[in-house]
Design a protein. Structure first.
Length: 558
């Protein structure tokens, strides 16, 4: 899973800001204000245990200090203490039921739990209570973005920026709305005033700035289609495990410059990630340092961004494409290609038939033709669509949604469009490349499962398993991802998964901690992996956040 900006520029939409409130008691204000500032500093620096202690100390002085209550709750969420956060916010709201900040942070908790409809309700309630509560606007922007309602998300962010342009979270989110040259200048200005204690924030933003500046100096263009192909089909190649020779996934035969590579087609990945050896043989030009994180308990992987002159996949040929290069080799293939690379197409992955079909997305009523591009660095489809149509500059966004400058209102982002032939498709929640599908497990209320063809099997998170099944230790089975081996793997008893119009019964389902995937913003309760997807024809509309599945009864029981 590529995740360079997973916790950086969109942090504003994922971890809302902590604001100081002017207190009425002048005698207490200096002490409490300084204490809040110190606690907020610890939170921003990622020192969550220390921040938690600081907020708790402030609440011993004033139990109704809303900024400290909100700070404590968000720190609990950052530490994975979801149940504790629920108890804390309920107690705080009982004493101060009309606090917009507490209503908004309740939305954050529901969003984190993956209870999306409830999250929206709380954010709307907070906005109604206080139209100037910026955390409510940021929460709604996050919710609308995940629902492919890009224009609504932009409008909420714009409101937040008008109210509090100097707020950290608002500033960080607003950077993503700027064209490349303006974004570079804004990042430089922002980082020059950033406290060096904010190590994670500073590191990743500096890394991103390095990329933007290098790309600008090298006149890097957007990855563009040079072959005139409106629709195409190509074979999917089986990927077999070295140890057992069993098919564990599917891949695409790809040519990067003049180098052949088998890339695993991974609906749970983003962009194109190449092994270093392949990249070096292909003579890719290095652009900047990058780090990647995925499934596994052994931290992020180092690597770099590089420019490929040509990429060919079947009949498709593209030029000037930025890819990620990793130092971690894979024994069975040469890298990953996220399905979101083809986000400007309707993506049809026919796993039983071992074919990939790309066809035009339904044309919006106001469009003459749907644009075509290759999103090798994988941002939101709406982002790349606009970037393709408005500028030759590449603004690599990865997890970040691109909304053009307010000075260019004619290019504002647009909400999802559901064509008449797709009204029965399933609406999903999207976070960059991640497609999260509402899924019932053993009759539970909907949980969010990641559509992940790169995972050999289906997976249930430990938190979800404890709610719906029985968990047993598992010492024989290993599981690994981009971030190395998963240290603790369990097995849950029988699980029946229901998603879209599909039902899949699994006797024993692999179970481990999936908290690293959600990165603290929403809970991923499971993975729909290759073991289930291989029975299905999977259709993806990244632009509009829609999926559909067709089951081939000849390929096995559901």
């Amino acid at each position: 899973m590529s995740a360079f900006l997973r916790s950086t520029l969109v942090a504003a939409l994922l971890l809302p800001s902590l604001q100081l409130i002017v207190l009425g008691d002048d005698a207490k204000a200096p002490t409490l204000d300084s204490g809040l500032a110190a606690a907020d500093k610890l939170y921003r620096a990622g020192r969550f245990v220390d921040a938690e202690a600081s907020y708790e100390a402030l609440l011993k002085t004033d139990s109704k200090l809303v900024p400290a209550q909100v700070g404590l709750i968000r720190t609990m969420l950052a530490l994975g203490q979801v149940n504790e956060a629920v108890l804390t916010v309920n107690a705080a709201k009982a004493a101060q039921p009309n606090s917009a900040a507490l209503l908004s942070v309740t939305g954050d908790i529901q969003f984190r739990k993956g209870e999306m409809s409830d999250a929206e309700k709380w954010y709307l309630a907070a906005e109604e209570r206080d139209p100037k509560e910026i955390s409510a606007h940021l929460g709604l922007a996050r919710w609308y973005r995940s629902s492919s309602l890009y224009r609504k998300a932009y409008d909420q962010l714009k409101i937040a920026h008008e109210i509090a342009p100097d707020d950290f979270a608002v500033q960080t989110a607003w950077l993503t709305t700027l064209p490349q040259k303006q974004r570079i200048a804004a990042l430089e200005s922002y980082l020059s005033n950033t406290n060096p204690d904010h190590l994670e924030e500073t590191k990743l933003m500096t890394e991103y700035l390095e990329f933007l500046k290098t790309a600008a100096e090298q006149s890097t263009h957007a990855c563009r289609l040079v072959s005139k192909v409106e629709q195409t089909e190509t074979n999917l190649e089986p990927i077999r495990a070295t140890s057992s020779h069993r098919i564990r996934g599917i891949g695409l035969a790809t040519k990067v410059n003049d180098q052949n590579a088998l890339l695993q087609l991974d609906t749970g990945a983003s962009g194109i990630v190449l092994d270093r050896k392949v990249a070096e043989k292909a003579g890719l030009a290095r652009i900047s340092t990058a780090h990647m994180r995925g499934i596994g308990d052994h931290g992020e992987r180092s690597g770099y961004r590089a420019l490929a002159d040509h990429i060919r996949i079947g009949e498709l040929e593209f030029q000037d494409c930025v890819v990620l290069v990793t130092d971690k080799p894979q024994p069975d293939f040469h890298g990953l290609i996220g399905a979101d690379v083809f986000a400007s197409y309707l993506v049809d992955i026919n796993l039983p038939g071992m074919r990939l079909r790309l066809s035009p997305l339904p044309k919006r009523p106001e469009d003459a033709v749907a644009p075509t591009f290759l999103s090798s660095e994988a941002g939101e489809p709406e982002d790349a669509e606009q970037e393709n149509s408005t500028s030759s500059e590449q603004i690599p966004t990865d997890q970040t949604s691109f909304a053009p400058s307010p000075k260019s209102p004619q290019h504002l982002p647009r909400d999802r469009y559901i064509a008449s032939e797709m009204v029965n498709w399933t609406q999903v929640f999207r976070f960059g490349h991640m497609i999260l599908l509402p899924t019932n497990v053993n009759g539970s209320k909907p949980m969010l499962f990641l559509l992940d063809s790169g995972s050999p099997g289906d997976v249930l998170s430990t938190r979800a398993a404890e709610q719906v099944s029985t968990v047993h230790p598992q010492n024989r089975m290993g599981f690994s991802g981009l971030s190395g081996k998963v240290d603790q793997v369990y097995i849950s008893s029988e699980a029946t998964l229901r998603f879209a119009r599909v039902e899949q019964r699994i006797t024993d389902i692999t179970t481990f901690n999936l908290s690293s995937i959600g990165q603290g913003y929403t809970e991923v309760s499971g993975l729909l992996g290759f073991a289930t997807l291989k029975l299905l024809e999977v259709k993806l509309d990244y632009r509009d956040g829609l999926v559909d599945f067709e089951y081939d009864s000849k390929r096995g029981k559901r």
